[in-house]
Design a protein around this ligand. Sequence first.
Ligand code: SF4
Length: 286
Amino acid sequence: MEIYIAKGAGFCFGVKRAVNIAFKTAEESVKRVATLGPIIHNPQVVEKLRKAGVKPLDRISEDVDILIVRTHGITAELYESLREAKFQLIDATCPFVKKAQQYAKLLREEGYQVLILGDKDHPEVKGILSYAGENAVVVRDADDMPMLDSRVGIVVQTTQPVEALKRLLDKVVQTVKEVKVYNTICNSTALRLKETEEMTRKVDIMLVVGGKNSANTKQLVTLCNESKVRTYHVETADDLSAEWFDGVEKVGITAGASTPDWIISDIVRKIEAIGALACTSKGRES
Ligand code: SF4
């Protein structure tokens, strides 16, 4: 059995940065450290951080000394109120998400109606929306379009596929006189999707590794399912079943942006144990 791992599988730049900030803060401080919500959508990493002394909070509490803002960012209002609170605030919002917030603010200031392509319930989108002004709208896809003003400025949730932006633009230009677009899609997401799509063409089964609540992991699962390759979404090596690999010659592994390398390595080891001598790990695809 041969195992292929997508080159860009696992932690992206923003997640790596936020997780490092959290571990470093816990290591260097004797104070009470917390994150507002889980720092990333991966329960195993959140648990590791908890053991290192970083508590995920559901709501703001006076019981902390240092509060870390997670990769997805927070709303403008919350940010302002936290800056006035008595604890120290460390902003680990991904710089690419910050950029999307800034563009939304800029478009609002320039008088555009801001149109955000994304999932309105996702914390990243809620954060961007808070900078976008009262007449801003969020659409999940091109079919979801409301009536728009004559001047529209577009920003995109960082994890959206570029095809979704193309479909949206195609529709917007049919009704709107002036359109300004900031393509805030993160390259790491686009690259991971592309590598995964290519991998599905050469393997017998695909394993998508990542938190069940991770949006970008679910996106990878959808893509693999659409490719018709037998696909399993797993969080850890414990989720693997030996019978999945019966008669399988090539296994592809991809992982969401919040999946750490050690989980991917555990999975490779378990597949190697299942396949015993017949297993060859190909390492990361280049
Ligand atoms: S996927 Fe991109 S935007 Fe999202 S945290 Fe990672 S680097 Fe930042």
